[in-house]
Design a protein around this ligand. Structure first.
Ligand SMILES: Nc1ncnc2c1ncn2[C@@H]1O[C@H](COP(=O)(O)OP(=O)(O)OP(=O)(O)O)[C@@H](O)[C@H]1O
Ligand SMILES: [Mg+2]
Length: 367
C-alpha cells in the first residue's frame, strides 16, 4: 500500500504533445480508474508510472520516493496488460515464478508466494498447464497472479478484461474488486468500460486529449459533472443533450423552451452562473430521469424499443433530436407511436456554449 503523486506530468512523442500537465494525488489503498476516449493518453500515463515510458516534464512519487527516472524494476509497481503477455512455452506456475527465479529469490519463498497467489486467484487446477491450454479468463488470472507475487506497492491494470466475453468480464470484475478488498493495495485501472469504472473505482479520473477533465467518486461524477463531456461519458446509456431556446432568467434560474412534436414546453432550471442572453444553451437529461406520461404536453415519436427484461429503452425523436428514455413498464408504446414525456425537474442539467455545467449541482446522495 503506497500513496502516489503525479506532479505536472507532460509527455511529448517527438513534436506531438500527448499529456498536457497532469496532477494527481492518489491515497494509499485507493482504487483509481482512468477513463476517456481512445487516444486520450490513458496507457501513456500508466506506462509512465510503470517506468516503461519516459516522463518529458514533471515528477512521479511513489510512497514519497521520487521514482521519475528509476527503472521499472526499482519502482515496486506491477503492470497487468490487456494482452496478458504470458510466456507461451512456460506453464502457469513457471510464468508466476519466472520474475522471482530471475531475481534469485529463495526457492521456499517462491513456493510460498506462488501458492498464495494461486489460492487467491483459484489457479491451483491450472498450474501445470501452458497458456495455450487455458481460457482467456484463466490466462488473465495468471497475469494478475504474476503481478501479485511481486508484492508491489502499486498495481497497474491496462484494460485487463477487454479481451474477455461479457459473462467472464463480469466475473473477473468481481474478482478484481475482491482482490482489492483483500489486499488493500493501491490500484490504478484503465478501462473504456464505464460500468467497470463505476463499480470498481474509489475515484474516477476522466481524461480527454491528455488533460484531466474531472476527478471524483463515481456517484459524484454521475451527479455533478463539471461539463458536458463528463456528463456524457459517465452513465449508460449516456445523458441526452438537447439544444434549447432561452426564454428568460433571473439571478439563479433560467427558463428554457424544449421543442417537442407539435409544440414547445417550458422548463425552469436553477443555475449558479447566468451566461449572456445570446449564449446557446444545451439541456442534459439522463434516460433514467424521463418518464412516459401521456398527459404531458412534451410529445415525442418512438423510433425503436430495446427490451432488456427488467428495463427497456425507448429511442425517440423529439423535434428532430434523438432522445433515449428508460422505462420499467411492461406495456410499451410501439415504434411510430407518439408518447408524452416528463423530465424530472430536479435532474435537469444546463450547459453553456463552452460546454461547462451552469446548472446548480445536484446532491450526490440523491440520484
Ligand atoms: N510510442 C509512441 N509514439 C508516438 N505516439 C504515441 C506513442 N504511444 C502513444 N502515442 C500517441 O499518444 C496518444 C495517447 O495514446 P495512448 O495509447 O496513451 O491512448 P489511450 O488513451 O490508452 O487509448 P486506447 O483507449 O485506444 O488504448 C495517441 O494519440 C497515440 O497515438
Ligand atoms: Mg490504451
Amino acid at each position: 500500500m503506497a500513496e502516489l503523486q503525479l506532479q505536472s506530468i507532460k509527455k511529448r512523442f517527438g513534436s506531438m504533445q500527448t499529456i498536457h500537465g497532469v496532477d494527481l494525488q492518489i491515497q494509499p489503498g485507493e482504487f483509481i480508474v482512468f477513463v476517456g476516449p481512445s487516444g486520450c493518453g490513458k496507457s501513456t500515463l500508466l506506462r509512465m508510472i510503470a517506468g516503461l515510458e519516459t516522463v518529458t516534464e514533471g515528477s512521479i512519487h511513489i510512497a514519497r520516493r521520487d521514482v521519475t527516472s528509476l527503472a521499472p524494476s526499482q519502482r515496486r509497481v506491477s503492470m497487468v496488460f490487456q494482452s496478458y503477455a504470458l510466456y507461451p512455452h512456460m506453464t502457469a506456475e513457471q510464468n508466476l515464478s519466472f520474475g522471482m527465479r530471475m531475481r534469485k529469490v529463495p526457492k521456499d519463498t517462491i513456493r510460498e508466494k506462488v501458492a498464495r497467489a494461486s489460492e487467491i486467484l483459484q489457479l491451483e487446477p491450472y498450474l501445470k498447464r501452458k497458456p495455450g491450454e487455458l481460457s482467456g479468463g484463466q490466462c488473465q488470472r495468471v497475469a494478475i497472479g504474476r503481478a501479485l507475487v511481486q508484492d508491489p506497492d502499486v498495481f497497474l491494470f491496462d484494460e485487463p478484461l477487454s479481451n474477455l466475453d461479457a459473462e467472464l468480464r463480469v466475473k473477473m470484475r468481481a474478482e478484481i474488486a475482491d482482490l482489492h478488498q483483500r489486499l488493500g493495495a493501491t490500484m490504478i485501472y484503465v478501462t473504456h468500460d464505464q460500468t467497470e469504472a463505476m463499480t470498481l473505482a474509489n475515484r474516477i479520473v476522466v481524461l480527454r486529449d491528455g488533460r484531466v477533465e474531472q476527478v471524483g467518486e463515481p456517484m459524484a461524477l454521475y451527479s455533478n459533472p463539471v461539463n458536458q463531456f463528463v456528463a456524457g461519458f459517465i452513465g449508460s446509456p449516456k445523458m441526452n443533450f438537447l439544444p434549447v431556446l432561452r426564454h428568460g432568467s433571473d439571478e439563479d434560474e433560467i427558463s428554457v423552451g424544449v421543442n417537442g412534436e407539435g409544440g414547445r414546453v417550458e422548463l425552469i432550471i436553477s443555475c449558479h452562473t447566468i451566461p449572456a442572453s445570446d449564449d446557446e444553451l444545451t439541456l442534459g437529461i439522463r434516460p433514467e430521469h424521463i418518464t412516459i406520461d401521456d398527459s404531458s404536453a412534451l410529445r415525442a415519436r418512438v423510433r425503436s424499443v430495446e427490451q432488456l427484461g427488467s428495463i427497456s429503452y425507448l429511442y425517440c425523436t423529439l423535434a428532430g433530436q434523438s432522445l433515449c428514455v428508460q422505462s420499467h413498464g411492461q406495456l410499451l408504446p410501439r415504434p411510430g407511436y407518439e408518447v408524452g414525456l416528463t423530465f424530472a425537474p430536479d435532474k435537469l442539467y444546463l450547459f453553456d456554449s463552452d460546454e461547462q455545467t451552469i446548472s446548480t449541482l445536484k446532491p450526490t446522495a440523491d440520484h
